[in-house]
Design a protein around this ligand. Structure first.
Ligand SMILES: [Zn+2]
Length: 337
């Protein structure tokens, strides 16, 4: 099939992105379980950071290498004439386009649902403050019990009347400290980034395992931040831990009696305090049992070596940029035709 210069440029970008993303996903598919196991040895906040980084790395690298190597070579050496393209290349380009468009639509839908929820909260009145240092709470007259952080960028704390009435002051304060930690760690923004990721193919199961473990560790990290505070080696505040555990159980009971549970939240960017109800028991036990002080991240030599080698490869490739760019362009040309 013969194509003009600019359509060919767009298709080359999409096809390169698809092929690179597939190759990196293959690596993630082979190493996903191992990465989850290694992250679990770290304190929750560090584990959550690592898992998020590993999950977005295939997409980020594919996008960066397409922008840094595939497109400049085409712009520099490709003649501005009509040229033919192989059918496999067109298929890869269409897949690349779908890989970019489908997640974008999914993220836009979640953002739209969140915006509607926040607009509803805004219509129902001004936010309230339960104490001078707490975040403002947006009251919702939903019949379903809800205490959730909603929105990717500048998230708001939503609460239904039923939850506000059910929680004693101490439990509400503990719950607000948990949500304040999510806001500080930008967890909702990270959820938005995860929605923008293309389908994890190949290695879908391991990518899902990474995302689930990230969600679990980020809940634990927020629980820890609520109970330990931000000062390293500060002891656990058992009263806050008890209050938070009690709030979790109280809201979960309310939710069990209504239609709402974790999977039926109004938007994927609206994250309930109780999170995944299946993991709630583990969280409550952890809050009640864990007597540790804040633990320091462990030094993971092998992981540091792999990441260091990857960074060194990228830096050294910058020194041979032009010859590398030309070789890659020639290889891409040979593949496309
Ligand atoms: Zn949470």
């Amino acid at each position: 099939m013969k194509l003009d210069y600019f359509p060919r440029l767009g298709l080359i970008a999409c096809a390169s992105f698809f092929l690179l993303q597939t190759a990196f996903n293959l690596v993630l598919g082979c190493t996903g379980r191992w990465l989850v196991r290694r992250a679990r040895r770290q304190p929750p906040r560090w584990a959550a950071r690592q898992l998020f980084l590993f999950r977005i790395l295939p997409f980020a690298l594919a996008l960066a290498l397409t922008g840094a190597y595939c497109l400049p070579g085409f712009l520099r050496w490709e003649p501005k004439v009509r040229e033919g393209a192989a059918s496999w290349f067109l298929l890869a380009a269409v897949a690349g386009m779908l890989w970019l468009v489908i997640p974008f639509l999914r993220a836009a839908r979640a953002q739209w649902q969140t915006w509607r929820l926040l607009r509803l909260a805004g219509r129902e009145g001004n936010p309230i403050r339960v104490s001078c240092e707490s975040q403002p709470l947006w009251l919702l007259s939903l019949r379903t019990p809800l205490l959730a952080l909603a929105g990717g960028w500048r998230p708001r704390l939503l609460i239904s009347y039923s939850v506000l009435q059910a929680l004693p002051d101490e439990e509400l304060q503990a719950a607000l400290r948990h949500e304040a930690a999510h806001r500080r760690y930008h967890d909702n923004l990270k959820r938005f980034c995860l929605l923008l990721l293309p389908p994890a193919w190949p290695g879908r199961r391991n990518a899902q395992a990474l995302e689930q473990e990230w969600a679990r560790q980020s809940e634990w990290a927020a629980d820890d931040a609520a109970c330990f505070g931000e000062i390293e080696f500060q002891g656990k505040n058992h009263q806050t831990a008890l209050a938070l555990a009690s709030a979790l159980v109280r809201i979960a009971k309310l939710q069990r009696g209504s239609a709402l549970h974790g999977a039926e939240l109004p938007s994927q960017l609206c994250v309930s305090l109780t999170g995944d109800l299946n993991a709630l028991c583990e969280r409550v036990e952890r809050l009640l049992d864990d007597p540790q002080i804040h633990s320091q991240p462990r030094h993971d030599t092998m992981l540091a070596a792999i990441l260091g080698a990857a960074v060194m490869t990228l830096i050294s490739s910058a020194f041979f940029y032009l010859p590398l760019l030309y070789s890659l362009h020639r290889a891409l040309e040979a593949l496309v035709h």
